[in-house]
Unconditional design. Structure first.
Length: 192
């Protein structure tokens, strides 16, 4: 498959490629190198991007609903306003990633690394963040209604004005975390 002059395939070398607004629905580009690629507004719904290198890529406004991003490296990527509903981000590396206003509805982020991630106003309704690392992450105004945060590392994370109604925080650590004006947080870990 060729898009914008780029060959889209397994292990493709697409460093700094301009694939903005491309229709890549259901593509199989696992283990691809998309470092610094421009994927703004691209449709990657149901795409297989497992083990892909997306370091510093721009995926703002992209549709990644139902995509497989297992073990993907999204370090310093921009996913602001992206739709990641029902996406699989198991063990994904999202450290210092920009996720402002992103939609993670019912997404699987088991063991995902979100340390220092910017998740303000993101929607994590029904998402699984079991054993995820959210140390120093900013989740100001985020919606975590019914989210599964069991055994997650929430140390020094900022949940100011976040909605934690029905979230499961059993066995999560939250040393130094801020819960100012959050909804549903009662000062204890467990079901809220």
């Amino acid at each position: 498959m060729e898009v914008n002059g780029y060959e889209i395939k397994f292990r493709a070398q697409l460093r700094y490629a301009d694939l903005s607004h491309a229709n890549l629905t259901g593509v199989q580009i696992f283990e691809a190198n998309l470092t610094g690629a421009n994927l703004t507004g691209a449709n990657l719904s149901r795409a297989n991007l497992s083990r892909a290198e997306l370091h510093n890529a721009d995926l703002s406004g992209a549709d990644l609903s139902g995509a497989d991003l297992t073990d993907a490296n999204l370090h310093y990527a921009n996913l602001s306003g992206a739709d990641l509903s029902r996406a699989n981000l198991t063990r994904a590396f999202l450290m210092s990633t920009r996720l402002v206003g992103a939609n993670f509805y019912n997404a699987d982020l088991f063991l995902a690394m979100l340390e220092g991630a910017h998740c303000d106003k993101a929607n994590f309704t029904g998402a699984s963040l079991v054993q995820a690392k959210l140390k120093r992450a900013s989740l100001v105004g985020a919606n975590l209604t019914g989210a599964e945060l069991r055994s997650a590392d929430l140390d020094d994370a900022d949940f100011t004005r976040a909605n934690l109604t029905g979230a499961n925080l059993r066995m999560a650590t939250s040393f130094g975390a801020k819960f100012d004006r959050s909804i549903g947080y009662k000062g204890e870990l467990g079901y809220l």
